[in-house]
Design a protein around this ligand. Sequence first.
Ligand code: HMG
Ligand code: MG
Length: 308
Amino acid sequence: MAVPKQVKIVEVGLRDGLQNEKEFVPTATKIELINRLSAAGFRNVEAASFVSPKWVPQMADGAEVMAGIERRPGTIYSVLTPNLRGFEGALAARADEIVIFGAASEAFSQKNINCSIAESIERFAPVAQAAKEHGLRIRGSVSCALGCPYQGEVPVASVVDVVQRFAALGCDEIDIADTIGVGTPKRTREVFEAVTQVFPRERLSGHFHDTYGQALANIYAALQEGIEIYHASVAGLGGCPYAKGATGNVATEDVLYLMNGLGIVTGIDLAQVVAIGDFISTSIGRPNVSRAGKALLAKARSEAANCV
Ligand code: HMG
Ligand code: MG
């Protein structure tokens, strides 16, 4: 399988990253983060969640965030919608893409969205139908595709099953998510080999958390399977409120550095993203965990110091 020449990076730091922050991040900071990301060239930014504010208080200002951003033509602004109420919020907020999020593990489905996998699909069906009627893109996210914090091992067949159900709902794109970052390259390839049998390869994405330090290796493995879409979080922001101990997604800066080194086109300016990683880490008082980001910031600072 040829490695793609070009990939799409979906920036999820604002949603998957910030949703885990205990201190409420001001709406103005979220808006500035999204605007800066759009300006850096991202074709897809996950911007908000229309979920219960009791479950995820950090995402309670989704409507205000979406109302305040500058929309860059050609950038897809996605929001999470667990049910029809969330969809109504997404529609009012003029989201381009809605994300229905299920799991390949029953235990995680219960913890995250308070229902079984089968019930979640029933709940998503009218959401997907409404999205189609209104011409919105639909993305389906499959949590715990490489392992579950409650159940442990997740059979590849369970991942394939949820992908097929999402495909039947009309998803334009489907995310294979390693929620707790336990996957390794071998498993990553096995899962992508299986899911590409039932859903078009070019519409599958890899969403890797970096808990065990395997995310870049897993992306490299997924590239060998021809996967063209990857999720990443600037400065490595995040974790998952319903997966204790999970760290953020792989840092965007690290993914861009990898893609640049492989000669794979992303259309995103790494230097701008490094500056954005510094901006958001400083703003919320959180360590920047991007290896490439920190290295490039240190290099720039030492070069600036040598100039004076
Ligand atoms: P529930 O308690 O079963 O549902 O929650 P409910 O219908 O009984 O509603 C409970 C309360 O929430 C009610 O309010 C509703 O009005 C309200 P109350 O009467 O108690 O005051 N409510 C809402 N409010 C705003 N917007 C809505 C909405 N829906 C209900 N859309 C529910 C079910 C799905 C709502 C809940 O479990 C929930 O919101 N879960 C969100 C979980 C979440 O956001 N998790 C993180 C994102 S997923 C993720 O990070 C994984 C991913 O990154 C991939 C990976 O890494 O694996 C995507
Ligand atoms: Mg995630």
